[in-house]
Design a protein around this ligand. Structure first.
Ligand code: HSE
Length: 427
């Protein structure tokens, strides 16, 4: 039986999940994969906390794990882009294969790390970095490797999907739902990464590279989160036949790959609309296979740890066999998509005074900027501001931005910043 020796760096939510799974599934892995996975070293910046999960000695020297001759594979689960970079870089340099769940690290510094892996003839596995338990990395790099992608579009952040679900189904406040997501171990150490769309941005940037074999760096992405949404947006969208989802979208245009993250009104009959709670999903369209979707739990200790363990088994089983995805993963930078390709229909919520001429003023600005109104809704209430909800026909990002800026400057009638949410295109 093949034996593989693991050094684990980081014992937070996912690290502790991995410790549980290594214990629970050890015999199954032996039988099924003819592989004996032995955990030989653990390091974390908070050794005291880790002792609750393991009886092995725990070191606070995270770099020391990466140079130990008795470690074959280093698992990096500390997160962040500073110490984690040093750990992964050092491990690769010392000839260790590395498994990581760190999407921020790969999205921002992946080129350097993949080159280092390739140079040293080792592997850098990252199945757990995107969409938790869903085997989406393997699906894109292997299962769909013969296909030409048209679009990739996903619910890639469990925390925000959980928040949106609970706001709709349980009528929870945004902050209550976020706190619960943190308690359940879904959220990032800094939850602004979740709610402002940064985490989903890191993930769509990685997925997009694998699908299109061209890189759209995270810094080039248009990223918007969910923090400005209120219950009224969720309820109004539903009454119009949509559900709001935070989507990462990447699509081929005639100019280049357009990649972005924003809250999106998804028609209720679209498969993405019914992905709830901390579940993630990736919807894709390729020329050859048509449309498809994979879904599963996108956050949490055991779902994410199961992907780390799957990577461990995969790379341990083919230890010493060079994996060409590493070389292929260093993709050329994509050309920027043209501005006119970035168009959408919009849901606009104007918070206005309830007096004559207000609607006409708003309509005038939209019309002047080539934006056509598809529908208007206003509920009768006895307190200002009132909310006027407009659905538009397709408008370019430039025309939309100009209009909203102009409308938000009309301080005599507009009382709060306008909320705008894009509608899902016809996918
Ligand atoms: N904070 C992330 C999420 C964890 O909520 O999806 C998994 O990457």
């Amino acid at each position: 039986m093949k034996q593989i020796r693991i050094g684990l760096v980081g014992v937070g939510t996912v690290g502790s999940g991995l410790l549980q799974l290594l214990e629970k599934n050890r015999e199954i892995i032996k039988k099924r994969n003819n592989l004996d996975v032995q955990l030989v070293a653990i390091a974390t910046r908070t050794p005291e906390r880790a002792k609750a999960y393991t009886s092995l000695p725990v070191s606070s020297d995270v770099i020391s794990i990466t140079t130990r001759p008795d470690v074959d594979i280093v698992v990096e689960l500390i997160g962040g882009t500073t110490t984690a970079f040093d750990v992964v870089h050092s491990a690769l340099t010392h000839g260790k294969t590395v498994i990581t769940a760190n999407k921020a690290l790969l999205s921002e510094k992946g080129d350097e790390l993949f080159s280092q892996a390739w140079k040293n003839g080792v592997e850098l596995g990252f199945e757990a970095a995107v969409a938790g338990s869903i085997p989406i990395i393997r699906t894109l790099r292997d299962g769909l490797s013969s296909c030409e992608f048209e679009v990739l579009c996903g619910i890639l952040n469990g925390t925000t999907n959980f928040i949106l679900t609970k706001m709709e189904e349980e009528n929870w406040d945004y902050s209550v739902a976020l706190k619960k997501a943190q308690d359940l171990g879904f959220a990032e150490a800094d939850p602004t990464f979740d709610v402002e769309g940064i985490d989903a941005g890191h993930k769509i940037s990685l997925l997009s590279s694998l699908a299109f074999r061209e890189k759209v760096p995270f810094g080039d992405l248009q990223v918007e989160g969910i923090s400005k949404l209120k219950s009224i947006d969720i309820l109004s969208s539903k009454s119009l036949g949509y559900r709001i989802k935070l989507l990462g979208i990447s699509k081929k245009t005639s100019g280049g790959i357009l990649t972005k993250v924003h809250p999106t009104l998804v028609p209720l009959n679209h498969p993405l609309a019914n992905v709830m709670n901390e579940f993630n999903a990736v919807y894709y369209k390729t020329v050859e296979s048509g449309a498809g979707m994979v879904t599963g739990k996108g956050a949490g200790a055991l779902p994410t740890a199961s992907a780390v363990l799957a990577d461990l088994i995969f790379y341990a089983s083919k230890f010493g066999v060079k994996d060409s995805i590493i070389e292929n993963n260093i993709f050329p930078k994509s050309k920027k998509a043209e501005e006119k390709e970035n168009a959408a229909r919009y849901y606009l919520r104007f918070s206005t005074l309830d007096k004559p001429g207000v609607l006409a003023e708003i309509a005038k600005v939209l019309g002047k900027n080539n934006i056509s109104i598809a529908s208007v809704q206003q509920k009768e209430v006895d307190k200002e501001p009132v909310h006027v909800i407009v659905l538009t026909h397709s408008a370019t990002e430039g025309d939309f931005k100009k209009s909203i800026q102009e409308i938000d400057e009309m301080s005599s009638i507009i009382k709060e910043k306008t909320v705008a949410i894009r509608l899902l295109e016809n996918l």
